[in-house]
Ligand binder design. Structure first.
Ligand SMILES: Nc1ncnc2c1ncn2[C@@H]1O[C@H](COP(=O)(O)OP(=O)(O)OP(=O)(O)O)[C@@H](O)[C@H]1O
Ligand SMILES: [Mg+2]
Length: 518
């Protein structure tokens, strides 16, 4: 077969879950040597379609053909044997095994009854070289970065002679450099090895860069499917969310008043060093830096999940005792963490209970939860950030990835804190809901909340914040007001640590006073 030939076809696929028709007649064709992007809102059915393709779910209707023959995979193993591999977002690396064994897991080269170590390590070297990974096949996989682990998963697909590799939001936890490498590898796979890639991402500029063909689905149905060159990004967005999106960022001016949070010389040895800043009522302060710069660690220390060695955190004039998140919540700090699966969500309980977890005290009277108030509070955010689920009683574990994220964001918005810290608030969230979240943040600032946004997207920082603080290798390298003159490049240089700029440091006034008096 040659490049562009269709070898996988799904026709009119139906998949039903209790209360949800997740796929309602989706059709898609996959060609050799091409990148096919699958786009759609949170809950549109993308991951479900992938799970039907990889044998995780059995379809309830429709036909699935490979090379013209109908297939009915009963396990992921059967799909893999037929050439369909998937790199899931929740990686399936065995952390205690070395790289070579991870590459060939379930498929180890054997000599009789024992592992053929010579072949194993030789072949692994070859694959690592192809992936441009400068690591030893003997390295323990658990010591690799997330990006490297993901590459190992791609390598694993190669050892299984995959013809199609499916990637479901592969770049959501990758650094920029890792993303670049991934793109290079994808291009080599399609161009030199004639492999097909299905690429799912909410980062639409990635889709526009990589894809040859784009299919948009909504509510489990096909909306449009055509060559990337026939799409504009605006048209893509319109097809995804069903309406044009004029303005992604809706930052309205808020009145910025008294200092609400003051952080002085906060230091955690070896992680971050001498971090000082203030956030005032009504102000939105962005924290920007490369993945691993220490931004999330600073927030974790402020909130009390991690300890710090020196420095202080003052909230509303009162010094906080470190290392006590329950106290931080009680005092009015809300923290929507980056790693929501691990720290923010209880998958086995309902949307309603998850959302109102931190708010329970306020919704209770004399120790009894006011169910009506609880329900009303949850319903408000179900609508405003469009959480897609049959009801607020649905278990969070049954929601799509993006909708799970929205539940955590809603939980902290509901808490109505004095200071709200949101770490990568829109990761994995579709573009329509992103815009809703930005507009909610803007409203909260208008009501006087002090807000910190940690983000790896410089556009997001520039779109929603009043000022930006840059962090490079655990040190503060800049504090700048977001003005029309401020450039993306300047922020990036400060985040890389090649420039510094403290032009908007809040205690600038104080320093001048001292000068005058002296
Ligand atoms: N195991 C399940 N039980 C019940 N409902 C489910 C289950 N898995 C998925 N769903 C529902 O099916 C629909 C499609 O979900 P899916 O995960 O395919 O969305 P998605 O397009 O991947 O969204 P996202 O961009 O948020 O990842 C959603 O309404 C979801 O709640
Ligand atoms: Mg998904």
């Amino acid at each position: 077969m040659s490049r562009g030939d269709i070898f996988i076809e799904l026709d009119d696929i139906v998949k039903v879950f209790p209360g949800v028709r997740a796929l309602d007649g989706v059709s898609i064709k996959i060609a050799e040597g091409k990148v096919h992007a699958l786009c759609g809102e949170n809950g549109a059915g993308k991951s479900t379609l992938i799970k039907v393709m990889t044998g995780v779910h059995a379809r309830d209707g429709g036909d699935y053909r490979i090379d013209g023959k109908t297939v009915n995979f009963k396990s992921t193993k059967e799909a893999i044997d037929a050439g369909v591999s998937c790199v899931y977002q929740e990686l399936s690396i065995a952390p205690q095994l070395d790289v070579a064994k991870n590459l060939f897991i379930g498929n180890l080269p054997m000599k009789g009854h024992i592992i053929d170590h010579k072949t194993l390590y030789e072949k692994s070297e070859e694959i690592l070289k192809f992936l441009e990974m400068d690591i030893s096949p003997h390295m323990i996989a658990g010591d690799l970065s997330v990006g490297q682990q993901q590459m190992i998963e791609i390598g694993r697909a190669l050892t299984r002679n995959a013809r199609l590799i499916i990637m479901d939001e592969p770049t959501s936890s990758l650094s920029e450099a890792e993303t670049d490498t991934l793109f290079k590898v994808i291009k080599t796979l399609v161009e030199d090895r004639n492999m097909a890639i299905i690429y799912i991402s909410h980062k639409l500029d990635e889709v526009m860069e990589l894809a040859d063909w784009i299919t948009v689905i909504r509510d489990g149905k096909n909306i449009i499917s055509k060559a990337k060159t026939d799409f504009t990004q605006a048209e893509l967005v319109k097809n995804m969310i069903g309406r044009p999106l004029e303005n992604l960022y809706m930052k309205e001016p808020a009145e910025i008043t008294d200092t609400m949070l003051e952080v002085n010389h906060l230091t955690r040895d070896g992680v971050f060093d001498d971090i000082s800043f203030k956030v005032r009522k009504g102000e939105v302060v962005g924290f920007f830096g490369l993945v691993g710069a220490g931004r999330s660690e600073i927030m974790r220390a402020i909130f009390g999940v991690d300890k710090y060695n020196s420095g202080e955190v003052i909230l509303d004039g009162k010094k906080l005792k470190g290392g006590d998140p329950a106290k931080a919540i009680e005092n009015g700090i809300g923290f929507c963490t980056e790693d929501r699966k691990k720290e923010g969500l209880a998958l086995k309980i309902s949307i309603l209970s998850n959302m109102t977890l931190v708010k329970l005290k306020a919704l209770s009277h004399g120790g009894v939860v006011d169910r009506v108030a609880q329900r009303r509070a949850a319903d408000k955010y179900m609508k405003s950030i469009s959480i897609k689920a049959p009801s607020v009683n649905q278990l969070v574990g049954n929601l799509s990835g993006g909708n799970q994220q929205k539940v955590v964001v809603a939980k902290w918005l509901l808490m109505d804190p004095k200071v709200l810290i949101v770490d990568e608030p829109t990761r994995g969230i579709d573009v329509g809901s992103k815009s809703e979240i930005y507009s909610i943040l803007s409203d909260l600032a208008k009501q006087g909340m002090a807000i910190i946004v940690v983000s790896s997207e410089v556009e997001e920082i520039m779109g929603v914040c009043d000022k930006v603080i840059t962090i490079a290798e655990g040190k503060k390298t800049g504090e700048m007001a977001i003005t029309p003159e401020l450039t993306r490049e300047h922020i990036l240089s400060c985040a890389l640590g090649t420039e510094t700029d403290f032009s908007a440091e809040t205690d600038g006034e104080k320093k001048e006073e001292v000068k005058e008096n002296g």
